[in-house]
Design a protein around this ligand. Structure first.
Ligand code: 2M8
Ligand code: MG
Ligand code: MG
Length: 253
C-alpha cells in the first residue's frame, strides 16, 4: 500500500494551511510503514520544510507533477518538460502580443503573494522559488482564457486549475503522470506492484485520482471539485485534514 496526497485543501486546511487535525492517521501510516507521498502544486522549497515537519523520508512530487524530488537529502530529482525560465519567457511574450490580463507569481513581490495566499512572508518566499510551473491569477474574461489555453497548447504548455490559481506548466506533466512514474521507479522498489490510494480536492488532482487504485475526494473549499472516472471513489464528508484523517482511519481499520 502507498498513499499519494495533495496538500492545500486536502492534507492542509485551505485557510490556515495546518495539518494537525490529521495527526492520528499520519501516526498510523508511520507505525505501519506505509509510504506517504506528498503530491502538490507547491515548490520543492515549500515542501522540504513540511516534509521534515511531518518527519517523512519518502520522495515527493511538486509543481503539479512537473518535478519529483527522489531523495531530498541527496538533492536528486526527476523533471518533466519545460523549465520555469523558459515557460516565463513564453507566457510573458503571449501576454504582450495578445494583451491578456493576468498576474503571475513572477510579477508579484513577496508581499503580493502574502496578500493573495495568506501564507506568511517566509512561506511566500519559498512559494516564489519555482522550477517548472507558474501560478497565475486570471484577470481577463472566459473567452480570452480559452484563447490563452490554445496559445499555450501550441507552445507545448497547459493550464491546470488549482485552488486559488491557474498553473502554467508543460503539457507533458501532471500529477497522474508523476504518480505512475514514481510507482515504476520507486527508489529501491523498482518494478514492485503497489496498491495505491490518492487523496485530492481540486481539478488539478483529477489525473492523480484516476491513476490510483482508490480515489478519495475531499470536499473543496473553492467549489471546484475533481470528478474522477474509471476508478473507485470515496467522497470524504469533511474538508481538509479532518476529512483526510477520518476517511483514512476508516480505510486502515
Ligand atoms: C499555489 O497552489 C495552490 C494549490 O492548489 C492553488 O493554486 O491555490 C501555489 O503557488 C503554491 O506554491 C502555494 O503554496 C499555494 C498557496 O495557496 O498556492
Ligand atoms: Mg488542493
Ligand atoms: Mg495542490
Amino acid at each position: 500500500l502507498i498513499i499519494f496526497t495533495d496538500l492545500d485543501g486536502t492534507l492542509l486546511d485551505h485557510h490556515s494551511y495546518s495539518w494537525q487535525a490529521a495527526q492520528p492517521a499520519l501516526r498510523q501510516l508511520r507505525e505501519r510503514g506505509i509510504p506517504l507521498i506528498l503530491c502538490t502544486s507547491k515548490t520543492a522549497a515549500e515542501v522540504s520544510r513540511l516534509h521534515s515537519e511531518l518527519e517523512l523520508t519518502t520522495p515527493f512530487i511538486v509543481e503539479n507533477g512537473a518535478a519529483i524530488i527522489l531523495n531530498p537529502a541527496e538533492d536528486s530529482a526527476h523533471f518533466f518538460g519545460t523549465s520555469h525560465s523558459e515557460l516565463i519567457d513564453l507566457v510573458q511574450q503571449l501576454r504582450q502580443e495578445r494583451d491578456y490580463r493576468f498576474t503571475g507569481f513572477s510579477d508579484m513581490s513577496v508581499a503580493d503573494v502574502v496578500a493573495v495566499t495568506s501564507l506568511d512572508a517566509d512561506r511566500a518566499k519559498l512559494a516564489k522559488q519555482r522550477l517548472c510551473s507558474e501560478p497565475i491569477l486570471w484577470e481577463d474574461d472566459e473567452e480570452a482564457l480559452q484563447k490563452f489555453q490554445q496559445d499555450l497548447a501550441e507552445q507545448n504548455l497547459q493550464l491546470l486549475r488549482g485552488g486559488r490559481f491557474y498553473h502554467v506548466l508543460s503539457k507533458d506533466a501532471d500529477k497522474g503522470t508523476a504518480l505512475r512514474w514514481l510507482l515504476a521507479n520507486y527508489p529501491g522498489k523498482e518494478g514492485c506492484s503497489w496498491h495505491s490510494i490518492a487523496l485530492g480536492d481540486g481539478p488539478n488532482d483529477q489525473s492523480m485520482l484516476e491513476a490510483a487504485d482508490l480515489a478519495i475526494v475531499i470536499p473543496s473549499a473553492t467549489g471546484l471539485s475533481p470528478k474522477p472516472s474509471n476508478v473507485t471513489v470515496i467522497h470524504a464528508e469533511e474538508m481538509g485534514p479532518i476529512g483526510w484523517n477520518r476517511t483514512l482511519l476508516e480505510i486502515l481499520k
